[in-house]
Design a protein around this ligand. Structure first.
Ligand code: ZN
Length: 103
């Protein structure tokens, strides 16, 4: 009885830690091996746009994107994990750029 409860407690704690860890996972995109980043305007997804990578940082031995240049105004955009996109608020209304595959 005592042992069983201990195992259950242990399991619960592990699940709790696991969920916490998952929520903390940073979904910032990695820089592709060729360094080319293409985005699509979420509100007007008509064409893929190649954007300039302004800043990256190394995380877990891989390069992640910190800032992309906005394809409209050129200002640095930051990753928004809630939108899972890069956001620009510098040129009129909010623009949301999702990373897309080149092909
Ligand atoms: Zn902009």
């Amino acid at each position: 009885m005592g042992r069983r409860q201990t195992m259950q407690e242990k399991f619960k704690q592990q699940m709790k830690a696991y969920r916490k860890k998952r929520m903390k996972v940073d979904n910032t995109p990695f820089l592709p091996p060729d360094g080319e980043v293409w985005v699509m305007d979420s509100l007007n997804p008509t064409e893929k746009i190649k954007v300039e990578v302004l800043k990256t940082k190394t995380k877990q031995h891989r390069e992640i994107i910190v800032n992309l240049a906005c394809p409209v105004c050129g200002n640095p955009m930051e990753w928004d994990s809630r939108w899972e996109a890069f956001i620009c608020t510098k040129h009129g209304k909010k623009a949301i750029y999702e990373i897309v595959e080149k092909d």
